[in-house]
Design a binder for this molecule. Structure first.
Ligand code: ADE
Length: 244
């Protein structure tokens, strides 16, 4: 039985798990037994159908996400990491509320092109980090069963909230990206280095253009709900033994 980490960046992104626990059938099997403060974050240890869960939000950005993902693995012993949250859609097919499962992630703001390297690359690294194929298959099954249109796509991460058409287009063209956000690739690098299978789910909150700030504020809650209920569907499958 694997210990499963559920991670978001903002309180709003993990709130559906915490808020709904008492009041909704959605999380009726999710029993919390411990809150531990560590490194400026609170880690909720819980049980989901007899499986150990650790749930936390990191705060925004790659550094915070790195700390939380590494802590979940190294201190709390997580063996699978599921990320839930929102993203800006940059593939024109993506509308607010749509779900994107990251197949690969990259850092759009990592730049040593001055030394002749491609954007997003540092020596001994790679531009893209791939998500767990097993978890992506589970996501595909959940989407089929729930009749959800799930896009598998490239997610670009950087320490910037993007609300600019030109910048958005640059990220889309340079990385062939479908969505952008501020933590996924950091989590991917940590999990890849520590050999922990990971899955990054994002629901679109805005389209990273001039209206992004207003859209983000309006849709953060709703899109976070969509993402977290999908993750819950995956948890059901994971604990039913589709991954060891
Ligand atoms: N997360 C959600 N929308 C975003 C945007 N437009 N830029 C960066 N991160 C985001």
């Amino acid at each position: 039985m694997s210990k499963i980490a559920i991670m978001g960046a903002m309180m709003e992104e993990v709130d559906p798990f915490l808020e709904l626990r008492e009041h909704e059938p959605l999380l009726k099997h999710f029993k919390k037994h411990n809150d531990i403060e560590y490194g400026g974050n609170i880690y909720h240890e819980a049980k989901f159908k007899n499986h150990d869960i650790v749930l936390a939000y990191s705060k925004i950005g790659k550094v915070n996400a790195t700390l939380t993902a590494a802590t979940m693995i190294e201190k709390f012993g997580a063996e699978i990491l599921l990320f839930t949250g929102v993203a800006g859609g940059i593939n024109p097919q993506l509308k607010i509320g749509d779900l994107v499962a990251a197949t690969q992630l990259c850092q759009h703001d990592l730049d040593i092109t001055a030394f002749g390297h491609p954007h997003g690359y540092v020596p001994e690294g790679s531009v893209y980090v791939k998500s767990s194929t097993v978890l992506l298959q589970i996501a595909k099954k959940v989407a089929e069963e729930k009749n959800i249109n799930l896009l598998g796509g490239i997610v670009a991460t950087g320490d910037q909230f993007i609300s600019d058409e030109a910048k958005k287009e640059w990220i889309r063209k340079t990385f062939d990206a479908d969505a952008l956000e501020m933590e996924g690739a950091a989590v991917a690098v940590v999990c890849d280095a520590l050999r922990v299978p990971f899955f990054i789910m994002r629901s679109i909150s805005d389209t990273a253009d001039a209206g992004a700030v207003e859209d983000f504020d309006e849709f953060l809650k709703h899109s976070s709900q969509r993402s977290s209920s999908f993750i819950l569907g995956m948890l059901d499958k994971i604990v039913d033994g589709q991954i060891k």
